[in-house]
Design a protein around this ligand. Structure first.
Ligand code: ATP
Ligand code: MG
Length: 487
Protein backbone atom coordinates (compact mmCIF):
# COMPACT_ATOMS: atom_id res chain seq x y z
CA UNK A 1 0.00 0.00 0.00
CA UNK A 2 1.27 3.46 -0.87
CA UNK A 3 0.12 5.03 2.39
CA UNK A 4 1.37 3.30 5.43
CA UNK A 5 -1.77 3.15 7.52
CA UNK A 6 -1.33 0.99 10.61
CA UNK A 7 -3.57 -2.02 11.08
CA UNK A 8 -5.18 -0.54 14.20
CA UNK A 9 -6.26 2.57 12.28
CA UNK A 10 -7.35 0.57 9.24
CA UNK A 11 -9.42 -1.76 11.44
CA UNK A 12 -11.09 1.15 13.24
CA UNK A 13 -12.07 2.76 9.95
CA UNK A 14 -13.29 -0.55 8.50
CA UNK A 15 -15.49 -1.27 11.51
CA UNK A 16 -17.18 2.13 11.14
CA UNK A 17 -17.87 1.58 7.42
CA UNK A 18 -19.15 -1.94 8.15
CA UNK A 19 -21.63 -0.44 10.65
CA UNK A 20 -22.94 1.89 7.95
CA UNK A 21 -21.01 5.08 8.80
CA UNK A 22 -18.46 7.07 6.83
CA UNK A 23 -14.95 7.26 8.28
CA UNK A 24 -11.74 8.93 7.08
CA UNK A 25 -8.21 9.36 8.32
CA UNK A 26 -7.71 13.14 8.67
CA UNK A 27 -5.61 15.99 10.02
CA UNK A 28 -1.97 16.10 11.05
CA UNK A 29 -1.33 12.40 10.46
CA UNK A 30 -2.30 12.66 6.79
CA UNK A 31 -0.04 15.69 6.38
CA UNK A 32 2.77 13.76 8.05
CA UNK A 33 2.25 10.78 5.72
CA UNK A 34 2.62 13.04 2.69
CA UNK A 35 5.74 14.49 4.26
CA UNK A 36 7.14 10.99 4.74
CA UNK A 37 7.14 11.42 8.53
CA UNK A 38 5.81 9.00 11.09
CA UNK A 39 2.60 10.51 12.55
CA UNK A 40 2.60 11.19 16.31
CA UNK A 41 -1.07 10.33 16.60
CA UNK A 42 -3.96 9.26 14.39
CA UNK A 43 -7.26 11.05 13.93
CA UNK A 44 -10.38 9.73 12.30
CA UNK A 45 -13.39 11.81 11.21
CA UNK A 46 -16.72 10.03 10.97
CA UNK A 47 -20.41 10.53 10.33
CA UNK A 48 -21.16 8.47 13.46
CA UNK A 49 -22.30 10.50 16.49
CA UNK A 50 -20.28 10.25 19.72
CA UNK A 51 -22.84 7.91 21.35
CA UNK A 52 -22.77 5.69 18.30
CA UNK A 53 -18.97 5.58 18.28
CA UNK A 54 -19.00 4.62 21.94
CA UNK A 55 -21.41 1.81 21.30
CA UNK A 56 -19.19 0.38 18.60
CA UNK A 57 -16.00 0.73 20.66
CA UNK A 58 -16.70 -0.10 24.30
CA UNK A 59 -13.10 0.63 25.32
CA UNK A 60 -13.51 4.32 24.54
CA UNK A 61 -13.69 7.61 26.33
CA UNK A 62 -15.86 10.55 25.28
CA UNK A 63 -14.61 14.10 25.51
CA UNK A 64 -17.80 16.01 25.23
CA UNK A 65 -16.23 19.34 24.33
CA UNK A 66 -14.81 18.38 21.00
CA UNK A 67 -17.13 15.61 19.91
CA UNK A 68 -14.11 13.41 20.18
CA UNK A 69 -14.16 9.81 21.32
CA UNK A 70 -10.82 8.32 22.24
CA UNK A 71 -10.56 4.64 21.41
CA UNK A 72 -7.99 2.54 23.22
CA UNK A 73 -6.15 -0.15 21.28
CA UNK A 74 -3.92 -3.04 22.34
CA UNK A 75 -0.97 -1.64 20.37
CA UNK A 76 2.50 -1.48 21.93
CA UNK A 77 3.31 1.59 19.81
CA UNK A 78 2.65 4.71 21.94
CA UNK A 79 1.41 6.60 18.87
CA UNK A 80 -1.29 3.97 18.38
CA UNK A 81 -2.44 3.30 21.93
CA UNK A 82 -5.18 5.86 21.50
CA UNK A 83 -7.01 6.73 18.31
CA UNK A 84 -9.20 9.82 18.28
CA UNK A 85 -12.48 9.62 16.47
CA UNK A 86 -14.34 12.89 15.92
CA UNK A 87 -17.77 13.35 14.46
CA UNK A 88 -17.87 15.47 11.26
CA UNK A 89 -18.18 19.07 12.33
CA UNK A 90 -19.72 21.95 10.41
CA UNK A 91 -18.74 25.57 10.27
CA UNK A 92 -18.98 26.93 13.72
CA UNK A 93 -19.92 30.33 15.13
CA UNK A 94 -17.04 31.45 17.34
CA UNK A 95 -18.57 34.13 19.54
CA UNK A 96 -15.55 35.01 21.66
CA UNK A 97 -12.99 33.55 19.27
CA UNK A 98 -12.08 31.00 21.89
CA UNK A 99 -14.83 28.52 22.18
CA UNK A 100 -17.21 27.62 19.45
CA UNK A 101 -20.61 28.82 20.62
CA UNK A 102 -22.31 25.85 19.21
CA UNK A 103 -20.86 22.95 17.35
CA UNK A 104 -22.95 21.50 14.63
CA UNK A 105 -22.57 18.14 13.09
CA UNK A 106 -21.81 18.03 9.39
CA UNK A 107 -23.15 15.43 7.03
CA UNK A 108 -20.18 15.07 4.74
CA UNK A 109 -16.42 14.86 5.00
CA UNK A 110 -16.18 17.82 2.59
CA UNK A 111 -17.99 20.07 5.07
CA UNK A 112 -15.75 18.82 7.84
CA UNK A 113 -12.58 19.52 5.84
CA UNK A 114 -13.79 23.03 4.99
CA UNK A 115 -13.70 24.12 8.63
CA UNK A 116 -10.12 22.98 9.20
CA UNK A 117 -7.33 25.52 9.52
CA UNK A 118 -4.85 25.00 6.70
CA UNK A 119 -5.02 23.18 3.39
CA UNK A 120 -2.24 20.78 4.44
CA UNK A 121 -4.42 19.78 7.41
CA UNK A 122 -7.60 19.44 5.34
CA UNK A 123 -6.89 16.25 3.42
CA UNK A 124 -8.79 13.04 4.12
CA UNK A 125 -7.84 9.47 3.31
CA UNK A 126 -10.48 6.91 2.55
CA UNK A 127 -8.64 3.77 3.57
CA UNK A 128 -10.25 0.79 1.94
CA UNK A 129 -8.91 -2.71 2.41
CA UNK A 130 -6.79 -2.72 -0.73
CA UNK A 131 -6.39 0.90 -1.76
CA UNK A 132 -6.46 4.40 -0.40
CA UNK A 133 -8.48 7.17 -1.99
CA UNK A 134 -7.31 10.75 -1.33
CA UNK A 135 -9.91 13.47 -0.78
CA UNK A 136 -8.20 16.79 -1.22
CA UNK A 137 -10.75 19.51 -2.04
CA UNK A 138 -8.40 22.40 -1.14
CA UNK A 139 -5.28 21.15 -2.95
CA UNK A 140 -3.45 20.47 0.28
CA UNK A 141 -1.06 18.06 -1.44
CA UNK A 142 0.08 20.78 -3.79
CA UNK A 143 0.73 23.07 -0.79
CA UNK A 144 2.58 20.35 1.08
CA UNK A 145 4.78 19.84 -1.95
CA UNK A 146 5.43 23.57 -2.19
CA UNK A 147 5.88 23.76 1.59
CA UNK A 148 3.14 26.35 1.87
CA UNK A 149 0.88 27.25 4.78
CA UNK A 150 -2.41 28.42 3.30
CA UNK A 151 -5.68 29.03 5.12
CA UNK A 152 -8.63 26.97 3.95
CA UNK A 153 -11.06 29.32 2.17
CA UNK A 154 -11.12 33.03 3.03
CA UNK A 155 -8.17 33.72 5.38
CA UNK A 156 -9.74 36.87 6.87
CA UNK A 157 -12.79 34.94 7.89
CA UNK A 158 -10.82 31.95 9.19
CA UNK A 159 -8.66 34.00 11.56
CA UNK A 160 -11.63 35.99 12.76
CA UNK A 161 -13.39 32.73 13.60
CA UNK A 162 -10.47 31.44 15.63
CA UNK A 163 -7.48 33.67 16.26
CA UNK A 164 -5.38 30.81 17.60
CA UNK A 165 -4.97 29.70 14.00
CA UNK A 166 -2.53 32.62 13.57
CA UNK A 167 -0.27 31.12 16.24
CA UNK A 168 -0.70 27.71 14.64
CA UNK A 169 0.46 29.13 11.31
CA UNK A 170 3.73 30.25 12.91
CA UNK A 171 4.00 26.97 14.77
CA UNK A 172 3.85 25.04 11.49
CA UNK A 173 6.32 27.52 9.99
CA UNK A 174 8.69 26.61 12.85
CA UNK A 175 8.12 22.86 13.03
CA UNK A 176 7.71 22.04 9.34
CA UNK A 177 9.88 24.72 7.76
CA UNK A 178 6.97 25.80 5.53
CA UNK A 179 6.33 29.41 4.51
CA UNK A 180 3.09 31.29 5.03
CA UNK A 181 1.67 32.31 1.64
CA UNK A 182 1.01 36.02 0.98
CA UNK A 183 -2.79 36.19 1.36
CA UNK A 184 -2.65 34.18 4.60
CA UNK A 185 0.18 36.41 5.86
CA UNK A 186 -1.72 39.54 5.04
CA UNK A 187 -4.76 38.31 6.92
CA UNK A 188 -2.64 37.53 10.00
CA UNK A 189 -1.06 41.00 9.88
CA UNK A 190 -4.52 42.50 9.66
CA UNK A 191 -6.04 40.50 12.49
CA UNK A 192 -3.03 40.00 14.78
CA UNK A 193 -4.65 41.95 17.64
CA UNK A 194 -7.36 39.30 17.88
CA UNK A 195 -4.80 37.01 19.54
CA UNK A 196 -5.49 39.03 22.71
CA UNK A 197 -8.86 37.33 22.95
CA UNK A 198 -7.32 33.88 23.07
CA UNK A 199 -6.59 32.32 26.44
CA UNK A 200 -2.99 32.53 27.63
CA UNK A 201 -2.89 28.74 28.02
CA UNK A 202 -3.67 28.11 24.37
CA UNK A 203 -1.15 30.74 23.27
CA UNK A 204 1.44 29.22 25.61
CA UNK A 205 0.96 25.72 24.19
CA UNK A 206 1.63 26.90 20.63
CA UNK A 207 4.51 29.08 21.86
CA UNK A 208 6.12 26.05 23.53
CA UNK A 209 5.93 24.12 20.25
CA UNK A 210 7.57 27.06 18.50
CA UNK A 211 10.36 27.25 21.10
CA UNK A 212 10.94 23.49 20.98
CA UNK A 213 11.21 23.44 17.17
CA UNK A 214 14.51 23.46 15.30
CA UNK A 215 13.98 26.98 13.99
CA UNK A 216 12.79 29.14 16.87
CA UNK A 217 14.83 32.18 15.82
CA UNK A 218 13.15 32.51 12.43
CA UNK A 219 9.78 31.80 14.03
CA UNK A 220 10.24 34.57 16.59
CA UNK A 221 11.15 36.96 13.81
CA UNK A 222 8.02 35.80 12.00
CA UNK A 223 5.89 36.39 15.12
CA UNK A 224 7.34 39.89 15.36
CA UNK A 225 6.85 40.74 11.71
CA UNK A 226 3.30 39.43 11.67
CA UNK A 227 2.48 41.66 14.65
CA UNK A 228 1.63 38.76 16.98
CA UNK A 229 4.55 39.10 19.38
CA UNK A 230 3.62 42.63 20.47
CA UNK A 231 0.29 41.27 21.67
CA UNK A 232 1.46 38.38 23.82
CA UNK A 233 5.12 39.13 24.58
CA UNK A 234 5.62 42.88 24.12
CA UNK A 235 8.56 42.95 26.57
CA UNK A 236 10.71 40.97 24.17
CA UNK A 237 9.93 43.30 21.33
CA UNK A 238 11.28 46.25 23.31
CA UNK A 239 14.76 45.03 22.37
CA UNK A 240 14.10 45.42 18.66
CA UNK A 241 16.51 47.96 17.19
CA UNK A 242 18.14 48.61 20.58
CA UNK A 243 21.88 48.72 20.03
CA UNK A 244 24.39 47.50 22.58
CA UNK A 245 27.90 48.53 23.51
CA UNK A 246 31.30 47.84 22.01
CA UNK A 247 31.26 44.26 23.24
CA UNK A 248 28.34 43.35 21.05
CA UNK A 249 27.69 43.22 17.33
CA UNK A 250 23.95 42.51 17.57
CA UNK A 251 20.99 44.49 18.86
CA UNK A 252 19.29 43.21 22.03
CA UNK A 253 16.54 41.53 19.99
CA UNK A 254 18.97 39.79 17.64
CA UNK A 255 21.10 38.64 20.53
CA UNK A 256 18.11 37.18 22.38
CA UNK A 257 16.83 35.20 19.43
CA UNK A 258 20.32 34.05 18.43
CA UNK A 259 20.93 32.78 21.95
CA UNK A 260 17.65 30.88 21.75
CA UNK A 261 18.62 29.46 18.37
CA UNK A 262 21.92 28.21 19.76
CA UNK A 263 20.10 26.56 22.69
CA UNK A 264 17.82 24.86 20.15
CA UNK A 265 20.80 23.69 18.09
CA UNK A 266 22.19 22.13 21.27
CA UNK A 267 18.81 20.41 21.78
CA UNK A 268 18.37 22.06 25.18
CA UNK A 269 15.15 21.72 27.16
CA UNK A 270 12.34 24.26 27.49
CA UNK A 271 13.83 25.84 30.63
CA UNK A 272 17.14 26.63 28.95
CA UNK A 273 15.44 27.82 25.77
CA UNK A 274 13.16 30.19 27.69
CA UNK A 275 16.09 31.47 29.75
CA UNK A 276 18.19 31.98 26.61
CA UNK A 277 15.41 33.99 25.01
CA UNK A 278 14.64 36.08 28.09
CA UNK A 279 18.01 36.53 29.81
CA UNK A 280 18.53 40.07 28.46
CA UNK A 281 14.87 41.05 28.27
CA UNK A 282 15.41 44.00 30.64
CA UNK A 283 18.29 45.57 28.74
CA UNK A 284 16.19 48.15 26.91
CA UNK A 285 14.73 49.32 30.25
CA UNK A 286 18.03 49.71 32.10
CA UNK A 287 20.13 50.99 29.22
CA UNK A 288 22.21 54.06 29.99
CA UNK A 289 23.96 56.12 27.37
CA UNK A 290 24.22 55.39 23.69
CA UNK A 291 26.77 53.86 21.42
CA UNK A 292 29.90 51.88 22.23
CA UNK A 293 30.00 52.92 25.89
CA UNK A 294 26.37 52.34 26.80
CA UNK A 295 25.69 50.20 29.88
CA UNK A 296 23.03 47.82 31.15
CA UNK A 297 23.71 47.65 34.89
CA UNK A 298 21.31 45.52 36.85
CA UNK A 299 19.61 44.07 33.79
CA UNK A 300 19.78 40.57 35.28
CA UNK A 301 17.86 41.64 38.39
CA UNK A 302 15.19 43.58 36.50
CA UNK A 303 15.17 40.81 33.90
CA UNK A 304 14.46 38.14 36.51
CA UNK A 305 11.44 40.13 37.70
CA UNK A 306 10.19 40.71 34.17
CA UNK A 307 10.68 37.04 33.35
CA UNK A 308 8.62 36.00 36.34
CA UNK A 309 5.82 38.31 35.32
CA UNK A 310 5.88 37.19 31.69
CA UNK A 311 5.88 33.47 32.47
CA UNK A 312 3.21 33.82 35.15
CA UNK A 313 1.04 35.72 32.70
CA UNK A 314 1.48 32.93 30.15
CA UNK A 315 0.47 30.45 32.87
CA UNK A 316 3.66 28.44 32.83
CA UNK A 317 3.93 26.00 35.74
CA UNK A 318 5.43 27.47 38.93
CA UNK A 319 8.54 25.34 38.63
CA UNK A 320 9.26 26.73 35.14
CA UNK A 321 8.61 30.32 36.26
CA UNK A 322 10.90 30.02 39.28
CA UNK A 323 13.73 28.23 37.52
CA UNK A 324 13.83 30.43 34.43
CA UNK A 325 13.80 33.64 36.46
CA UNK A 326 16.52 32.24 38.73
CA UNK A 327 18.67 31.50 35.68
CA UNK A 328 18.08 34.99 34.31
CA UNK A 329 19.01 36.47 37.69
CA UNK A 330 22.24 34.49 37.87
CA UNK A 331 23.36 34.48 34.23
CA UNK A 332 26.07 37.09 34.82
CA UNK A 333 28.23 34.86 37.03
CA UNK A 334 31.93 35.39 36.72
CA UNK A 335 34.13 32.74 35.25
CA UNK A 336 37.36 34.54 35.08
CA UNK A 337 40.02 32.24 36.56
CA UNK A 338 41.74 35.25 38.19
CA UNK A 339 38.61 36.30 40.05
CA UNK A 340 36.83 33.07 40.87
CA UNK A 341 37.47 31.47 44.24
CA UNK A 342 36.18 28.17 45.58
CA UNK A 343 34.24 30.17 48.13
CA UNK A 344 32.62 32.16 45.33
CA UNK A 345 31.75 29.00 43.46
CA UNK A 346 30.17 27.50 46.58
CA UNK A 347 28.05 30.61 46.94
CA UNK A 348 27.03 30.45 43.30
CA UNK A 349 26.05 26.83 43.82
CA UNK A 350 24.16 27.77 47.00
CA UNK A 351 22.18 30.41 45.13
CA UNK A 352 21.48 28.40 42.00
CA UNK A 353 21.20 24.90 43.46
CA UNK A 354 23.10 21.85 42.24
CA UNK A 355 20.02 20.82 40.25
CA UNK A 356 20.15 23.97 38.09
CA UNK A 357 23.85 24.67 37.74
CA UNK A 358 24.15 22.77 34.45
CA UNK A 359 21.25 24.73 33.00
CA UNK A 360 22.99 27.93 34.06
CA UNK A 361 26.10 26.88 32.14
CA UNK A 362 24.01 25.97 29.11
CA UNK A 363 22.37 29.40 29.26
CA UNK A 364 25.73 31.11 29.50
CA UNK A 365 27.06 29.22 26.53
CA UNK A 366 23.99 30.19 24.50
CA UNK A 367 24.49 33.79 25.65
CA UNK A 368 28.14 33.68 24.61
CA UNK A 369 27.59 32.17 21.17
CA UNK A 370 24.48 34.32 20.65
CA UNK A 371 26.54 37.44 21.13
CA UNK A 372 28.45 36.70 17.95
CA UNK A 373 31.69 37.78 19.61
CA UNK A 374 33.35 34.75 21.11
CA UNK A 375 35.40 36.86 23.48
CA UNK A 376 34.63 34.73 26.49
CA UNK A 377 36.80 31.74 25.80
CA UNK A 378 35.27 28.33 26.42
CA UNK A 379 38.26 27.20 28.48
CA UNK A 380 37.17 29.64 31.16
CA UNK A 381 33.77 28.08 31.37
CA UNK A 382 35.41 24.67 31.55
CA UNK A 383 37.61 25.92 34.34
CA UNK A 384 34.58 27.03 36.32
CA UNK A 385 32.81 23.75 35.63
CA UNK A 386 35.80 21.92 37.04
CA UNK A 387 35.59 24.09 40.14
CA UNK A 388 31.90 23.36 40.50
CA UNK A 389 32.66 19.65 40.35
CA UNK A 390 35.21 20.14 43.08
CA UNK A 391 32.75 21.83 45.44
CA UNK A 392 29.62 19.90 44.42
CA UNK A 393 29.83 17.72 47.54
CA UNK A 394 30.59 20.61 49.88
CA UNK A 395 27.94 21.81 52.31
CA UNK A 396 26.10 24.71 50.71
CA UNK A 397 22.72 24.73 52.44
CA UNK A 398 21.60 24.63 56.11
CA UNK A 399 20.34 21.09 55.49
CA UNK A 400 23.89 19.98 54.77
CA UNK A 401 25.30 21.21 58.09
CA UNK A 402 26.46 18.59 60.57
CA UNK A 403 24.09 20.15 63.10
CA UNK A 404 20.41 20.89 62.81
CA UNK A 405 17.80 23.09 64.44
CA UNK A 406 16.74 20.38 66.90
CA UNK A 407 20.27 19.85 68.15
CA UNK A 408 20.75 23.59 68.56
CA UNK A 409 17.55 23.79 70.62
CA UNK A 410 18.68 20.87 72.78
CA UNK A 411 22.17 22.27 73.22
CA UNK A 412 20.92 25.68 74.27
CA UNK A 413 17.82 24.35 76.01
CA UNK A 414 15.59 26.78 74.15
CA UNK A 415 12.46 26.41 72.05
CA UNK A 416 11.89 27.18 68.37
CA UNK A 417 12.16 30.80 67.26
CA UNK A 418 14.05 33.21 65.01
CA UNK A 419 17.22 32.63 67.00
CA UNK A 420 17.61 29.13 65.58
CA UNK A 421 17.34 30.32 61.98
CA UNK A 422 19.82 33.10 62.66
CA UNK A 423 22.36 30.69 64.15
CA UNK A 424 21.99 28.30 61.22
CA UNK A 425 22.58 31.13 58.74
CA UNK A 426 25.75 32.18 60.55
CA UNK A 427 27.01 28.60 60.73
CA UNK A 428 26.43 28.14 57.03
CA UNK A 429 28.42 31.27 56.30
CA UNK A 430 31.37 29.84 58.24
CA UNK A 431 31.14 26.55 56.38
CA UNK A 432 30.80 28.20 52.96
CA UNK A 433 34.10 29.89 53.67
CA UNK A 434 35.70 26.67 54.83
CA UNK A 435 33.96 23.30 54.43
CA UNK A 436 36.45 21.74 56.87
CA UNK A 437 34.54 23.53 59.64
CA UNK A 438 31.50 21.35 59.02
CA UNK A 439 32.06 19.13 62.05
CA UNK A 440 29.83 18.53 65.03
CA UNK A 441 32.56 19.65 67.40
CA UNK A 442 33.24 22.97 65.72
CA UNK A 443 29.60 23.79 65.14
CA UNK A 444 28.55 22.99 68.70
CA UNK A 445 31.36 25.12 70.07
CA UNK A 446 30.25 27.93 67.77
CA UNK A 447 26.62 27.55 68.88
CA UNK A 448 27.66 28.16 72.49
CA UNK A 449 29.65 31.23 71.45
CA UNK A 450 26.76 32.62 69.44
CA UNK A 451 24.30 31.96 72.25
CA UNK A 452 26.13 34.55 74.32
CA UNK A 453 25.22 37.28 71.87
CA UNK A 454 22.11 39.37 72.25
CA UNK A 455 19.14 38.71 70.00
CA UNK A 456 19.85 41.91 68.11
CA UNK A 457 23.50 41.09 67.57
CA UNK A 458 22.59 37.64 66.33
CA UNK A 459 20.03 39.00 63.92
CA UNK A 460 22.50 41.51 62.52
CA UNK A 461 25.11 38.85 62.01
CA UNK A 462 22.65 36.52 60.31
CA UNK A 463 21.43 39.26 57.98
CA UNK A 464 25.03 39.99 57.08
CA UNK A 465 25.70 36.32 56.47
CA UNK A 466 22.70 35.98 54.21
CA UNK A 467 23.70 39.09 52.33
CA UNK A 468 27.30 38.18 51.95
CA UNK A 469 26.67 35.73 49.16
CA UNK A 470 24.95 38.55 47.35
CA UNK A 471 27.67 41.03 48.28
CA UNK A 472 30.29 38.81 46.73
CA UNK A 473 28.29 38.81 43.55
CA UNK A 474 27.86 42.58 43.68
CA UNK A 475 31.57 43.08 44.18
CA UNK A 476 32.21 40.85 41.26
CA UNK A 477 29.59 42.70 39.23
CA UNK A 478 31.52 45.88 39.95
CA UNK A 479 34.66 44.30 38.56
CA UNK A 480 32.73 43.07 35.59
CA UNK A 481 31.46 46.53 34.88
CA UNK A 482 34.97 47.91 34.93
CA UNK A 483 36.37 45.12 32.90
CA UNK A 484 33.82 44.24 30.30
CA UNK A 485 30.96 46.66 30.76
CA UNK A 486 28.00 44.37 30.97
CA UNK A 487 27.80 41.32 28.78
P1 ATP B 1 0.24 17.94 15.50
O1 ATP B 1 1.24 17.33 14.61
O2 ATP B 1 0.81 18.92 16.45
O3 ATP B 1 -0.70 16.97 16.17
P2 ATP B 1 -2.07 18.61 14.00
O4 ATP B 1 -2.20 19.24 12.66
O5 ATP B 1 -2.50 17.20 14.14
O6 ATP B 1 -0.59 18.82 14.48
P3 ATP B 1 -3.92 19.13 16.11
O7 ATP B 1 -3.99 20.28 17.05
O8 ATP B 1 -3.67 17.76 16.62
O9 ATP B 1 -2.85 19.52 15.00
O10 ATP B 1 -5.28 19.14 15.31
C1 ATP B 1 -5.69 18.09 14.46
C2 ATP B 1 -6.39 18.66 13.23
O11 ATP B 1 -7.56 19.38 13.62
C3 ATP B 1 -5.57 19.63 12.43
O12 ATP B 1 -4.73 18.99 11.49
C4 ATP B 1 -6.62 20.48 11.76
O13 ATP B 1 -7.18 19.79 10.65
C5 ATP B 1 -7.70 20.56 12.82
N1 ATP B 1 -7.57 21.73 13.71
C6 ATP B 1 -6.91 21.81 14.87
N2 ATP B 1 -7.00 23.01 15.44
C7 ATP B 1 -7.77 23.74 14.62
C8 ATP B 1 -8.27 25.09 14.62
N3 ATP B 1 -7.95 25.91 15.62
N4 ATP B 1 -9.04 25.47 13.60
C9 ATP B 1 -9.35 24.62 12.59
N5 ATP B 1 -8.92 23.38 12.51
C10 ATP B 1 -8.13 22.92 13.50
MG1 MG C 1 -2.57 15.91 15.89
Amino acid sequence: MKYDIPTEVQDTVSVLWAKGYQAYVVGGCVRDLFLGKKPKDWDIATSAKPEEIQQIFPASFYENKFFTVTVHTESEDPTLKEIEITTFRADIAYGDRRHPEQIEYAKTIEEDLARRDFTMNAIALHAKDKEVEVLDPFAGQRDIEAKTIRAVGDPDQRFQEDALRMMRAVRFFATLGFTIEPATRKAIEKHSALIREISQERIRDEFIKILMSDAPMEALEELRQLGLLSHFLPELEEGYGVGQNKHHIYTVWEHNVRSLQYAARQKQDLIVRLASLLHDVAKPRVKQGEGPDSTFYGHQVVGAKMTKKILERLKFPKEVVETVSLLVREHMFVYDPETVTLKGVRRLLARVGTEHIDELFQLREADRIGSGVPKAQPYRLRYLKAMVDKVRQDPISPKMLKINGDTIMETLKIGPGPKIGAILAILLEDVLDDPALNTKEYLEKRVFELAKLSEQELEDMAAKAKQSAQLTQDRVDEELKKKYFVQ
